[in-house]
Design a protein around this ligand. Structure first.
Ligand code: COA
Length: 260
């Protein structure tokens, strides 16, 4: 598939998706959101892809937010539709993907950019990265899940301060907050993401998908995460990966998971 605003490459089990509008600091316009949806769906359906890395083009920004020029004249109904559609086709879509997604934050991750990184399963950052949800400085609030995911990741008090001040935090503070898992210099960011991805991809992809479902259940309205865990745990016993994993262990050899 040909994309205008993103680049995708699949190599060694890893699909890297790069948002590529550097002149607009990779701001998320409508067509980029749609292209990202299509790219994530394709990567998730591609059996060769075991891990997805999401990053931004250039040295300055991961994503500097939703494209402000597209919604400056929106009505109440259009604003609500923008948030609902974006959450459904991209942000919740990524969070619930079976294939693990690592956000490699290579610069500014603001507004929708930080929300996108927070929808990924976890985040790493380069030491020049700056993160924030500045929407209240525009007379808005975060609309792509930021009011929910930021408190889940850093705690209510820190999220309140970040959202109400509209301020930015640097990579080191994001690490202290637990918003990102690792910080490295910019040149090594993608290598670090790939190194972590290589540790993930040797494991059972069906078990990984089950683990994502169970972990996410804790954050789903009306779901009991412990019950979901029991169901997902049980399901694993019916998979070829489970047979291979346990047989390989008992025969003292490395597992070669069929991914079924
Ligand atoms: N939407 C649309 N365009 C954006 C954008 C966004 N969220 N963020 C950056 N851009 C564009 C700028 O308009 C500018 O375009 P131009 O060259 O055609 O004028 C270009 O990207 C470069 O940005 P610029 O502001 O000149 O860079 P800077 O280094 O001076 O500042 C930021 C960097 C990130 C601090 C600044 O761009 C910014 O505050 N962006 C908006 C952040 C935001 O509020 N995001 C939440 C949106 S809900």
């Amino acid at each position: 598939m040909n994309f205008e605003n993103i680049l995708t490459i699949t190599k060694g089990g890893i699909t890297t998706i790069t948002i590529d509008r550097p002149s607009k600091l990779n701001a998320l316009n409508r067509s980029t959101i749609k292209e990202l949806h299509d790219a994530f769906k394709m990567a998730d359906e591609d059996t060769k892809t075991k891990v997805i890395i999401l990053t931004g083009s250039g040295e300055k920004a991961f994503v500097a937010g939703a494209d402000i020029s597209e919604f400056a004249d929106f009505s109440v109904a259009e604003g609500e539709h923008l948030a609902a559609e974006g959450q459904a086709i991209l942000f919740d879509f990524i969070a619930n993907l079976s294939t693990p997604v690592i956000a490699a934050i290579n610069g500014f991750a603001l507004g929708g950019g930080l929300e996108l990184a927070m929808a990924a399963h976890f985040r790493i950052a380069s030491d020049n990265a700056k993160m924030g949800l500045p929407e209240v400085s525009l007379g808005l609030i975060p609309g792509y899940g930021g009011t929910q995911r930021l408190p889940q990741l850093v705690g209510k008090g820190k999220a309140m301060e970040m959202i109400l001040t509209a301020g930015m935090i640097d990579a080191q503070k994001a690490l202290d907050y637990g918003l990102v898992n690792h910080v490295t210099n910019q040149d090594e960011l993608l290598d670090l993401a790939k190194k972590i991805a290589s540790k993930i991809q040797i494991n059972s992809s069906v078990a990984i998908a089950a683990a994502i479902t169970a972990i996410n259940a804790n954050y789903e309205e009306g779901e009991n995460g412990f019950d979901t865990e029991v169901i997902q745990f049980g399901k694993c016993f019916g998979t070829a990966d489970f047979k291979e994993g346990t047989t390989a262990f008992l025969n003292k050899r490395k597992a070669e998971f069929p991914g079924k």
